[in-house]
Design a protein around this ligand. Structure first.
Ligand SMILES: Cc1cc2nc3c(=O)[nH]c(=O)nc-3n(C[C@H](O)[C@H](O)[C@H](O)COP(=O)(O)OP(=O)(O)OC[C@H]3O[C@@H](n4cnc5c(N)ncnc54)[C@H](O)[C@@H]3O)c2cc1C
Length: 413
């Protein structure tokens, strides 16, 4: 086999999909991860419809194996709890019938990332190295000389940096700095015995006063477990001097409504925290001989905190761009800039709308109003449901007419 010209740093969902995309075209790649799989990743563990979309593009058989796997449960919608505690029950699809082809899934990252890595291991084209931390990266005559913690070195034409929220490569080479107003802090823990979870595994987002402008979540998992956590924008955490772990403990033990659901619940292990680099601002995510993927490229949805789908989408696009670069033998920043264009052409309109929705959470009365009205108005409920299926429907949020209808069209239907 030819010498690999591409190195992918990080075998999370973004890096794994980039590697598989290249390997499917018979292109040899080196994929390194500093951990050994299965490994944990602090996350809410919810896979959105975009994960399904990317797997369908990359290899529909992988999607089929996920759909039949016992590591996941299908999720059919989302329960929004407004600051006034009113529930808005929103299916991802209107009038759905339950099958094994759910619009979203819930699976621990320990299992899901290992599932993808098992797919990676099937390809002889992928030289997959675990416990292999990328430490140094140096430009030498148009190539990258990459050094690992073990002391080993490789020389390649291009790096796909998919090394997550704390990517040293994105910071040092991509010049992406952490900005608190475009960054979120999140904590989560696993529980058993939480009561009142939805039988169709609707995920629960609780926009309660204590966590605004963030939210508290309960996500059902296989075998009666739940992923419970909360997230908030980092500038707000600093302004309000909030300790997220203590706040989560307080909600679970003292919140007048939610604590009742945890009376007989057991927390497995500790509450753990990690950062979420948000895609609420466009960045330059490529340069001479490299592209950034997923969290390294700050692509997390600023309203929902969803980052797995965007990591996989950008990983697929990075793999395709690397294929073009190899065939044109052009790894220049000018050539790779088209990767930025492709990623933002696909993701920017939804990231921008999510930024607007993130702002709406700063106005609890508006949130309460939307939920109250939607509960009385079937058309509005259907509109919100359709927003999960159809991006054009989300554009309604930018239209003054949507708010006019919201204010004045609350006839019970
Ligand atoms: C609390 C919390 C809740 C979240 N909830 C959700 C959710 O419910 N749904 C959702 O879609 N998203 C959620 N996210 C976001 C999601 O976790 C990330 O967007 C997603 O993991 C990004 O994937 P990635 O492949 O870019 O990076 P990662 O999954 O972080 O993978 C990066 C990989 O790179 C490796 N690595 C790092 N440095 C090096 C190095 N120097 N050398 C070699 N390897 C290296 C790491 O070991 C890791 O395996 C949440 C995040 C947090 C913090």
């Amino acid at each position: 086999m030819k010498k690999p010209e591409i190195l992918i740093a990080g075998a999370g969902p973004g890096g794994a999909i980039a590697a598989i995309t290249l390997a499917k075209q018979g292109i040899p790649v080196i994929l390194v991860d500093k951990e050994t799989f299965p490994r944990d990743k602090i996350c809410g563990d919810a896979l959105s419809g975009k994960v399904v979309e990317v797997l369908r593009k990359v290899d529909v058989d992988i999607l089929g194996r996920l759909q039949l796997s016992p590591i996941q449960v299908g999720s059919w919608g989302v329960d929004f709890y407004a600051p006034n505690r009113k529930l808005l029950h929103v299916p991802f699809k209107t009038n759905y019938v339950k099958t094994d082809k759910a619009p979203g899934y819930l699976t621990t990252r320990l299992d899901f990332d290992n599932f993808l890595v098992e797919e990676v291991r099937k390809y002889p084209e992928i030289d997959f190295r675990e416990s292999c931390e990328m430490k140094t990266f140096e430009r030498i005559q148009g190539d990258w000389k990459v050094g690992f913690k073990s002391g080993a070195e490789v020389q390649v034409k291009m790096i796909i940096a998919a090394d997550g929220a704390h990517s040293a490569f994105a910071r040092k080479v991509g010049q992406i700095q952490m900005e608190k107003s475009h960054y979120c802090g999140g904590v989560r823990a696993y529980y058993t015995g939480v009561t009142g979870m939805d039988s169709d595994n609707f995920i629960e987002l609780h926009f309660i006063d204590d966590v605004l402008p963030g939210y508290f979540w309960i996500f059902p998992l296989p075998n009666g477990r739940a992923n419970v956590g909360l997230g908030m924008r980092s500038d707000k955490i600093s302004q309000k001097k909030i300790d997220l772990k203590k706040l989560m403990e307080k909600i679970v033990t003292q919140d007048p409504v939610l604590s009742k659901r945890f009376t007989n619940a057991t927390c497995e292990g500790d509450i753990k925290g990690y950062g979420l680099p948000l895609g609420s601002k466009k960045r330059k995510i490529s340069g001479d001989g490299f592209v950034l993927v997923g969290d390294a490229a700050s692509l997390i949805d600023p309203f929902t905190g969803e980052g797995i789908g965007n990591a996989m989408m950008s990983g697929w696009m990075a793999g395709n761009k690397a294929i073009e670069a190899l065939s044109a033998n052009n790894f220049s920043s000018d050539f790779l800039k088209k990767y930025d264009d492709a990623v933002y052409a696909r993701l920017w309109s939804e990231l921008r709308l999510s930024k607007i929705m993130q702002e709406m959470v700063n106005y609890p009365w508006l949130f309460n109003l939307v939920v109250n009205k939607a509960n009385r108005n079937e058309e509005l409920r259907t509109t919100i449901s359709c927003m999960f299926e159809d991006l054009d429907m989300r554009k309604k949020l930018r239209s003054p007419r949507f708010y006019f209808n919201l204010m004045f069209a609350d006839k019970a239907k």
